[in-house]
Structure formats: structure tokens, C-alpha cells
Design a protein around this ligand. Structure first.
Ligand SMILES: [Mg+2]
Length: 237
């Protein structure tokens, strides 16, 4: 687990308790999903196991495909990058998600990598695939998001080729329209006839609404946010 993060959160919790004139020794109790991800045990191992399965899948597929003729699509939040610090800070303040506080969090560029994702993305690139990201982060958050990714070692052109955010206020959360234009975007960049062979995400909406010739891999984030794809979010599977 990240001891420095936990220590800072406990300090924040202590300050919040003092402000509320509660006993300073009050121990912050996070929601089960946040506590599970924050602690890291089990959560990190599950994520690494899913990415290992996904790696096996794309490497087997790559053997039957022409290099640069296939792609994978990943959600960002709680799939590629971990925002448990934001969730823990909100719970410490007794608050929940707001678009304003989320925007402020994205501008800090402090999200961390989900365990196992870096090796998976490297495997996709090595095997001859394209990495694309489709996220419901806002277009106004795109620059900070790319800075955050770059700080984590993931740069456009090197590690991923496409990052599609959601336009505000009129862009819809459903990602199908953005999934649909990915092959055309890759064709315009010199890679025609690309097949999307896998989707990876933590929410039910992180894959097309209609089934297709692709495989979905679900990252369990313990029901920390949104509508999880995990059948039983949290410890165990
Ligand atoms: Mg997500």
C-alpha cells in the first residue's frame, strides 16, 4: 500500500475531525470500495491478474494478425489511472463527487497507475497493436489528463495513439459514437482497416452496447465509482 498517501489522508481526517470538534483520535472509516483500493491488497492483485489475462489474449490474437491492423480500447479512470485519493479526500470531507471538485482533482495531475496496466500497454505496442483511450473526462480536462499520463510514463504517439474525451456540456456519456469513429481516426493517421479486438474498463459502459467480435476485460474498483462491471465488486470475484 501507499504509506505516504495513507498518512496524509489520516492527517487530513484528523484535521477534519478537529474542525468538527470531534475527538482528535477519531479514525476515518472509508466506504468499503475506497478502503479496499486504498489498502491495495487484493485490489492490486486482481487488477494485475486481469491485465495478465488480457495480455495473453492480445498476444495470441497478434499471432494471427498483421501488425498495426488491430487495436485495443481502454477507459481511463479506475482502468488506467487510479483516483482513490480523490475519493478518499471527498469522504474525509463528508462530501461526494461534484463536477467542480473532480475538475480541480484532474488539474492536480496526481492520479496514479492501476497495477498491471503499464506492462499490458507495453505488450500491446510490442505485439503490433494500437492503444486507444476513450474516457468520460471532459474535453476541458484533456490537457491535464495527458500531462498526468505523461508523468506516469504514458505519452501520445509512444504509448497510445488516440485519447477521446467527452465534450461538455452536450457530449453524451455513452461511448458508442466515439468507439465508432476510432477506425476512421486510425485510418486517417495511416492505419487503415484496423479491428478493435478488446475493450478494457471498470464500468458497464466501457464497451459497446451491442456485442461484437471483441473481448471485454473488467477491472474491479470495488464499486468506488459509477456502475461497476464487476459482478461482485470488491474482495473476491
Ligand atoms: Mg472508469
Amino acid at each position: 500500500m501507499n504509506r505516504a498517501l495513507l498518512a496524509s489522508l489520516l492527517l487530513l481526517a484528523s484535521c477534519a475531525s478537529t474542525t468538527a470538534q470531534q475527538p482528535a483520535e477519531t479514525t476515518m472509516v472509508f466506504s468499503p470500495g475506497v478502503a479496499w483500493v486504498l489498502e491495495g491488497k487484493g485490489w492490486a492483485e486482481e487488477a494485475e491478474a486481469v491485465f495478465a489475462d488480457a495480455t495473453d489474449y492480445i498476444q495470441a490474437e497478434a499471432e494471427t494478425r498483421v501488425p498495426k491492423s488491430w487495436a485495443v480500447v481502454l477507459d481511463l479512470d479506475e482502468t488506467v489511472i487510479n483516483n482513490v485519493q480523490y475519493q478518499a479526500e471527498r469522504e474525509t470531507l463528508g462530501e461526494s463527487y461534484t463536477s467542480e471538485s473532480w475538475y480541480d482533482w484532474t488539474q492536480r495531475e496526481e492520479a496514479t497507475l492501476v497495477p498491471g496496466v503499464a506492462d499490458f500497454l507495453a505488450a500491446v505496442n510490442t505485439a503490433g497493436g494500437h492503444v486507444t483511450f476513450v474516457t468520460n473526462r471532459s474535453d476541458t480536462e484533456q490537457l491535464a489528463t495527458e500531462n498526468n499520463l505523461a508523468a506516469l510514463g504514458l505519452t501520445r504517439g509512444e504509448d497510445f495513439r488516440v485519447l477521446l474525451t467527452r465534450a461538455r456540456p452536450d457530449g453524451v456519456s455513452a461511448k458508442d459514437a466515439r468507439y465508432d469513429i476510432l477506425p476512421a481516426m486510425l485510418a486517417a493517421q495511416g492505419y487503415p482497416d484496423v479491428d478493435i479486438i478488446a475493450y478494457l474498463g471498470d464500468n458497464v459502459g466501457d464497451k459497446p452496447a451491442e456485442a461484437g467480435d471483441w473481448t471485454f476485460f473488467c477491472i474491479d474498483q470495488g464499486a468506488m465509482y459509477g456502475e461497476p462491471c464487476a459482478a461482485v465488486p470488491g474482495p473476491g470475484q
